[in-house]
Design a protein around this ligand. Structure first.
Ligand code: BDR
Ligand code: CA
Length: 309
């Protein structure tokens, strides 16, 4: 059973990734959730995280992380996720509160007190993780892997060059890629193939609590997906979770990836050295393809488990 920390800015696809991880206690032990400003303000995404925790009866601590990127003002994902950051569902406001501790201390304590090395599933801008590795660089040794959603080797989504998470905090992404900690990057190359179509979730409106929540989220999220030219919805963050749960769904390659922090048109772009003879050794495993049908059946199976839990 792998110990993991989930760093997140929920977010429709964050919620789906989180629930899928929660459905598999035989594979992962979730040690904590840290939230980060991204899809919406820190307050809003934390509220969303607490709602997910209440729905799933999770007792894992939720800790508030960074309220803005390392060096820039926050730009949110309201265009895709709405004004709450997770619009479309009818869950009540959460009664639970986040744990009142400093997130860097929480992350440090959690990592050093784990017997086994900890993996981090990073689903938002990398502000918290970059902060951690800057403050406590020695912790890098204790991290098994960072499985992150971000970037894209051939295109962006928020700009032609950049994917949202890396665009929002490019300095943080650059620090993490330079840290030497093992990275698995689920970028748009794979996440835009992680599609689910309306006919595959319609029936879930009549399922249990987790399934209904999922179907409501997808109905909203699909409106934005259509605006961006997709018929289905790309479950971006789910890829970073599935890499931990079911890696045989993916094809991948190792590259040296650098993050652009200064470019005028290319802020936050992830640039992989794909020359035959690259000048630097690889620093990331990049997921490139996914068994889409396999993803959908694993997801539906996971929701059924949550409905029954
Ligand atoms: C990423 O940006 C957010 O909108 C999603 O939650 C995902 O993490 C996709 O570019
Ligand atoms: Ca996210």
């Amino acid at each position: 059973i792998r110990p993991i920390i989930i760093d997140t800015d929920p977010g429709h696809d964050d919620a789906i990734a989180i629930m899928t991880l929660m459905a598999h206690p035989e594979l992962v032990k979730i040690l904590g959730f840290t939230t980060v400003a991204g899809n919406q303000s820190l307050e809003r995404v934390t509220k969303n995280m607490l709602m997910i925790a209440e729905l799933t009866k999770s007792r894992v601590p939720v800790v508030m992380g960074a309220s803005k990127p390392l060096e820039r003002e926050l730009e949110t994902g309201e265009h895709a996720h709405g004004s709450s950051g997770m619009d479309g569902h009818d869950l009540p406001s959460p009664a639970r509160l986040p744990l009142k501790v400093d997130y860097l201390s929480f992350l440090r304590e959690t990592i050093i007190s784990s017997f086994e090395k900890v993996s981090i599933v990073a689903l938002g801008p990398l502000t918290n993780i970059a902060g951690l590795l800057t403050r406590y660089p020695e912790l890098g040794e204790r991290i098994e892997e960072i499985s992150m959603m971000g970037g894209g080797l051939s295109n962006g989504n928020i700009t032609p060059a950049a994917e949202f998470n890396f665009y929002v905090d490019p300095e943080a992404a650059a620090l993490v890629f330079a840290s030497g900690v093992p990275i698995t990057m689920s970028g748009l190359d794979v996440t835009e193939k992680a599609m689910i179509y309306p006919r595959q979730w319609e029936a879930l409106h009549h399922g249990g609590a987790a399934s209904r929540f999922f179907a409501q989220l997808l109905d909203f999220y699909n409106i934005a997906s259509r605006k961006f030219g997709f018929e289905g919805s790309a479950l971006h963050d789910l890829c970073a979770a599935l890499w931990i749960l079911k890696p045989d769904l993916f094809e991948s390659a190792y590259y040296h990836v650098a993050i652009e922090t200064r470019g005028e048109l290319t802020r936050g772009m992830s640039l992989a050295d794909r020359r035959r003879v690259p000048s630097l050794p690889p620093n990331a495993r990049v997921l490139l393809d996914i068994d889409r049908e396999g993803l959908v059946s694993y997801l539906l199976e996971s929701l059924k488990r949550l409905d029954d839990m």
